[in-house]
Design a protein around this ligand. Structure first.
Ligand code: AOF
Ligand code: ZN
Length: 363
């Protein structure tokens, strides 16, 4: 199952709105098990993992065990049900993780297999399977994507000097890791101030992964992003979406659209600012399951305040900028420490002197 999960991971950032699934077909031969087919959900979400693995196994699938990192589907979608394909191939046993929360599946995949006399073992590596596809699960349960906040700061949590100088706080290895995060998310989101000040490209520029740039999204309530920005200039190569407040200047809206930028209206909160939960729901409705937030401080603060940050990837350089620098997260107005949102450390790594710490939301 660990192997199936590793294969599944290849699909992250490529298969939305579908989950990234892996499948390994194994023949339990006399002395040692033998892998006869491996598959994972293909870019765009199809074919599914199981049919890929079955195609590789061919006739050797008969009597074999299939390890699948999510319950095999039971519905007739764009392709036939994977549960049926496993049955037809003569699979004898299926080892699975958790049920597929898609209401069209929701236990029917496992039931179809069992009804045909196939032995089914569920809940193997269930926590890992959930973590891997948390974006897909959240779109099903909360109609919003998984939100990963990426921060690159000094030891004291600053992202720029008081002059706004920020290139570069973290080193090259950290920045490469940041690009890998881009490749494994469906979209990157930044606030308009960051987009204006940094004029970023927000693409994945890792050698070999150049084609894996996610959709680039700017939260820009008042359409302040310059039409001359790098993002707008190459919006026809790598998609750019602007989350904006309804209304606004018609000519400016048209100008963005003529550059190939997609405008998505998000209703304001009572205070007239963009409702971030509404924004996330709008992204999920457009098939986004994993969003990487890359700044700035105000966008990060509003997402933290609204309890929308599921994970934090905090890159820290061994430098001190001081209290006159810009904070990574803007004011939250918290009075008591027990009101501060908590996160749980999941892993750390050192990257050429920087450290990256991965956190998940506290319960
Ligand atoms: C599997 N194996 O590799 C994946 C599954 O639109 P369709 O027909 O591709 O179906 C999408 C649904 O299939 C998706 O919402 C989820 O329930 C399931 N994804 N299932 O057996 C796979 N990606
Ligand atoms: Zn399927």
């Amino acid at each position: 199952m660990k192997m199936a999960l590793t294969l599944a991971r290849r699909g992250l950032g490529q298969v939305a709105p579908n989950p990234a699934v892996g499948c390994v077909i194994v023949r339990e031969e006399s002395d040692a098990p033998r892998v006869v087919g491996r598959g994972w959900t293909q870019p765009g979400g199809r074919p599914h993992a199981e049919t890929e693995a079955l195609a590789r196994a061919g006739a050797l699938a008969k009597g074999a065990t299939a390890y699948v990192s999510l319950e095999p589907c039971s519905h007739h979608g764009k392709t036939g049900p994977c549960a049926e394909a496993l049955i037809e191939a003569g699979i004898a046993r299926v080892v699975g993780t958790i049920t597929d929360p898609n209401p069209e599946v929701a236990g029917r995949g496992f039931a179809m297999l069992q009804a045909k006399g196939i032995e089914v073992t569920e809940n193997v590596c269930a926590a890992d399977a959930y973590y891997l596809n948390e974006g897909f699960f959240l779109t099903m349960s909360e109609r919003r994507p998984l939100v990963t906040l990426k921060i690159a700061s000094s030891l004291d949590g600053r992202t720029a000097t008081h002059d706004g100088h920020s290139r570069w706080i973290t080193g090259e290895a950290s920045r490469y890791r940041g690009h890998l995060l881009r490749a494994t998310h469906d979209a990157i989101l930044v606030g308009s101030a960051t987009a204006i000040v940094d004029d970023p490209e927000l693409t994945c520029r890792l050698p070999g992964l150049g084609g894996r740039s996610p959709i680039r999204i700017v939260a820009d309530g008042r359409l302040r992003l310059p039409l001359t920005s790098k993002l707008v200039r190459d919006a026809r190569q790598v998609p750019v979406w602007l989350l904006t407040l309804p209304g606004g200047d018609e000519n400016r809206r048209k100008a963005f659209e003529e550059c190939g930028v997609t405008l998505i209206d998000i209703d304001p909160d009572k205070g007239g600012v963009m409702n971030m939960r509404g924004a996330m729901e709008a992204l999920a409705a457009r098939g986004i399951t994993r969003v990487l937030v890359e700044g700035g401080a105000r966008l990060a603060a509003s997402l933290v305040r609204d309890h929308l940050v599921d994970r934090i990837e905090w890159f820290q350089a061994p430098k001190v900028i001081g209290g006159d620098g810009y904070p990574a997260i803007a004011a939250l107005g918290i009075k008591k420490i027990d009101e501060a949102p908590g996160f749980v450390l999941r892993a750390t790594a050192s990257l050429d002197g920087d450290t990256v710490a991965s956190f998940v939301r506290g319960t």
